[in-house]
Design a protein around this ligand. Structure first.
Ligand code: PLP
Length: 398
């Protein structure tokens, strides 16, 4: 392998750049996870995660990737043969639906068409109204579909469930939105929120989360799907004193304590505004190149990543390869139905204006080198917007 000078640009939509402060916090001797000091650490991070999810109910932390927390959400609340209503927003919603099938559930998948829009609350309401026998036990939606850069309007999906007067549980995946895009577990009446460490939380992969509700905890009492490692019961009992029923990922929890501090120093609202600003600057760059953002509806634009649609006949993976080989930057690939059609720019986590400028410069040069028919005006459009935001900060939120 030849050496590349300077820092690699990790601009996939997660795992994201881990800040030095978090790396240093992790680089500390592993402690006794049954010691009094560990109990303090456990309570501190569990409390911090409740603030991030905006919930007063318990949060569970697993030493697992996000897929584990998906499984935990399903096996703790549902029984074999239960019908679940899921929405095809893209590759990750599809994987969750496949998991539900493998676990013995009966997912009903609302088709997402061209994958350029989020979950449609109206369609969910219509389906729930038809379900007079209440055989649908849960509605599952991905808040920020990482494969498309499209968000779903979770508060509106909640209203749709309420309008249909349907008792289904509401399960939401926030793996690529948590701590990047505004999210309110309690206010939006979500029963289980699924999160992961490697995106907005600025940690390496390896931790994942379930935020719960009283209704989810009640459902866990009668849910029959087999579960052991994922069981909330023993976890919550041990967590009361800051401990875990099995060996926790101690050093990642040191990192989590640090990342929570960083999020609170900046302020979650400022973190969200920063992500929105970078997303808007990116969309301006894409349009100035003469290309299209995959997301169609401005109310559903993702603040954590942008999927860029390539013109017909131009392979998005060729652009990614060109960018990696020439500028040492990783961009997200097109997943599932979007393979070869889009590349994804991650602009979430520990990220600032100049990092975005470098990222967009790499994209612009790579697109041109790969022979894509673009105008070389994207970086300039983004820089102009970023500078305007500094002159008139209110514009950034507009
Ligand atoms: N859900 C979403 C929205 C994701 O982006 C990902 C991974 O990127 C997952 C689920 C799966 O999580 P993991 O790969 O950490 O298991």
């Amino acid at each position: 392998m030849t050496r590349s000078a300077g820092r690699h640009f990790l601009q996939i939509p997660g795992p994201t750049n881990v800040p030095d402060r978090v790396l240093r916090a992790i680089d500390f001797p592993t402690m006794d996870h049954r010691s009094p000091d560990f109990g303090l650490l456990g309570r501190e991070v569990l409390g911090g995660m409740q603030r991030v999810f905006k919930t007063a109910s318990p949060v569970v932390i697993y030493p697992a990737s996000g897929t584990g927390a998906w499984e935990a959400a399903l096996v703790n609340t549902l029984s074999t043969g239960d019908r679940v209503l899921m929405y095809e927003t893209g590759h990750f919603a599809t994987l969750w639906q496949k998991m539900a099938k493998r676990l013995g559930l009966e997912p009903e998948f609302i088709a997402g068409g061209d994958l350029r829009s989020g979950a449609d609350p109206q369609q969910i309401e219509t389906r729930l109204r038809e379900d007079k026998a209440h055989s649908i036990k849960a509605v599952c939606v991905v808040h920020n579909e990482t494969a498309t850069g499209v968000t779903s309007r979770i508060a509106e999906v909640r209203q749709a469930i309420d309008a249909a007067k349907h008792p289904a549980l509401f399960l939401v995946d926030t793996i690529s939105s948590l701590a990047s895009i505004d999210y309110r577990h309690d206010e939006w009446g979500v029963d289980v929120t699924v999160g992961g460490s490697q995106k907005g939380l600025m940690l390496p992969p390896g931790l994942s989360f379930n935020a719960l509700s009283a209704k989810a905890l009640a459902a866990a009492k009668t849910a029959k799907l087999p579960r052991s490692f994922w069981d909330w019961g023993e976890m919550i009992a041990s967590n009361k004193d800051g401990y875990f029923p099995y060996t926790p990922a101690t050093n990642l929890l040191y990192g989590l304590r640090e990342s929570l501090k960083m999020l609170e120093e900046e302020g979650l609202d400022q973190v969200f505004a920063r992500h929105q600003r970078h997303a808007e600057a990116t969309r301006r760059a894409v349009r100035a190149w003469g290309l299209e953002v995959l997301a169609k509806n401005p109310a559903e634009y993702s603040a954590s990543l942008t999927a860029v649609l390539m013109p017909a006949g131009h392979d998005a993976d060729r652009v990614r390869k060109t960018v990696l080989e020439n500028f040492d930057m990783s961009l997200g690939t097109g997943l599932g139905k979007l393979a070869g059609k889009v590349f994804r720019i991650g602009h979430l986590g520990d990220f600032n204006d100049l990092m975005l400028a470098g990222t967009l410069a790499g994209c612009e040069m790579g697109l041109a080198l790969a022979g894509a028919p673009i105008k070389r005006e994207g970086v300039q459009a983004a820089l102009q917007y970023l500078a305007e935001c500094r002159r008139a900060p209110a514009r950034a939120a507009a």
